[in-house]
Design a protein around this ligand. Structure first.
Ligand code: IMP
Length: 429
């Protein structure tokens, strides 16, 4: 028996959905522990594309149990739409295999409205570039102790009372941003229309996991976003509103930290970022355009074009330190095909000193100068290559160098979006 946490090692969009889907085969229970429908996990199975925002990607494997932990914020309307889309494609969606924690916080219409209104009111320099899905305002109510939790959906009077209590303040804020006020009745009707459908899926996620573990089941903890979007450890304030580091897998579904055996970081072979915030290795030239075009770097949730740049080892060193990565899955190597040379930032220079890790002082990451190492590129298309040994020598050298600099084994290599464009790599190969 072994449990596995999967985290995005950069700023999200590293290809977690595909890896979770792939590794789900060996797992029994797959649980999401943070974030909400700001995530967009793209999985292609047999040529058919699935984009999942809330439901763990493990749902595509028949028989697996998928859980939504207390650390997630859940929009009932989006959740129901996702269930319906999957069911229409023949995926089995039943309360026996898709369960939600009683403690999961519910994203309300006023969370969405406030998220969008606040972002619009900010100057371009201060805008975070949120997904506009109400994630931040919902987490605010969680820590403000005014949130509505999934358990409340079982008692409509509680939901109605909480909405009535919350709305005067929310409406005052919306009025400040010049937005129309929301009516309690309409908010209640919208949330309960979808919320009532969630009730059969509610469970005690902590007990589900621990009971499964006691029976020898393997558990996968599926992270969303990326480590550098963590509300504490990321590029604050240009972050999401949850802890995306691996250790939050324990708090985000109610299990002891001691059961997190393995931590896999998904690392994209270059770096991307959506939204604003510092990005030391960002490219504004034709190489950046190559990565954006060949990598189809467009957000699965908002359709925004992703910013692109070279691999950043200094950033990843911090990921290794924050999360205790035991292994790395290296994705989208095929996108680098056609570049004459490939660079990676191995350290930064900042105010006359060199740094192996991001300096922690205010705005430092926006001002660091990356120190690059250059490796030879390759022209061979990599998609459909089926084994590590078949990869051209420069590709192998690139992967080995990343592994050497980070001190973490690269155990999986991905060279295309399809399930079968992925292979494992033996330690030291
Ligand atoms: P929020 O999570 O919608 O509040 O957005 C905060 C920041 O996180 C913005 O820069 C978003 O673009 C970014 N973000 C949120 N979710 C994802 C994701 O799944 N992938 C990449 N970036 C994300």
């Amino acid at each position: 028996m072994s449990n596995l946490v999967i985290v995005g090692a950069q700023w999200g969009d590293e290809g977690k959905g595909k890896l979770v889907d792939l590794l789900s085969g060996d797992m029994d229970i797959i649980v999401r522990f943070q974030g909400g429908n700001n995530a967009g996990h793209t999985v292609i199975v047999g040529g058919e594309q699935y984009i999942l925002h809330l439901i763990p990607s493990g749902i595509l494997h028949p028989g697996k149990v998928c859980l939504i932990g207390n650390g997630v914020v859940l929009d009932p309307t989006v959740f129901c739409q996702e269930m319906d889309t999957l069911a229409a494609k023949g995926v089995e969606i039943s309360p026996a295999r898709l369960k939600i924690s009683y403690k999961t916080h519910i994203i309300m219409p006023y969370h969405r409205a406030l998220d969008i209104a606040r972002e619009k009111a900010k100057s371009a320099a201060n805008r975070i570039g949120t997904t506009g899905r109400g994630i931040g305002p919902c987490y605010e109510d969680r820590v403000g102790r005014t949130g509505i939790r999934a358990a409340d959906l079982c008692e409509p009077d509680v939901v109605r009372r909480k909405i009535e209590l919350a709305l005067p303040e929310k409406n005052a804020l919306l009025a400040m941003y010049g937005k129309p006020e929301l009516k309690a009745g309409a908010v209640f009707d919208e949330v309960m229309a979808a919320g009532a459908r969630l009730i059969p899926h509610l469970t005690d996620v902590s007990s589900e996991i621990m009971d499964g573990a006691a029976k020898g089941k393997n558990i996968m903890f599926e992270g969303a976003q990326g480590v550098h979007l963590d509300v504490d450890h990321g590029t604050y304030p240009f972050v999401t509103s949850s802890n995306t580091v691996a250790s939050n897998a324990a708090a985000g579904c109610g299990v002891p930290a001691s059961m997190l055996d393995r931590v896999m970081g998904i690392v994209k072979a270059y770096t991307t970022r959506v939204g604003t915030g510092p990005f030391p290795t960002e490219l504004f030239d034709e190489t950046g355009a190559h990565l954006q075009t060949c990598g189809a770097e467009v957000g699965a949730t908002t359709g925004r074009v992703r910013r692109c740049g070279w691999l950043d080892i200094a950033l990843l060193r911090e990921t290794v330190r924050l999360c205790g990565l035991t292994e790395i899955a290296f994705t989208k190597l095929d996108v680098l095909t056609g570049l004459d040379e490939i660079k990676m930032a191995t350290a930064y220079e900042y105010k006359g000193r060199s740094y192996l890790y991001p300096p922690q002082t205010h705005n430092a990451l926006a001002e660091v100068v990356p120190i690059y190492e250059t490796l030879p590129g390759w022209n061979t298309p990599l998609r459909h290559i089926g084994a590590w040994e078949e990869l051209p020598a420069p590709v192998q050298a690139y992967v080995r160098r990343v592994e050497e600099l980070l001190g973490v084994p690269v155990t999986i290599v991905s060279v295309g979006p399809d399930r079968d464009e992925t292979f494992s790599r033996k330690a030291g190969a």
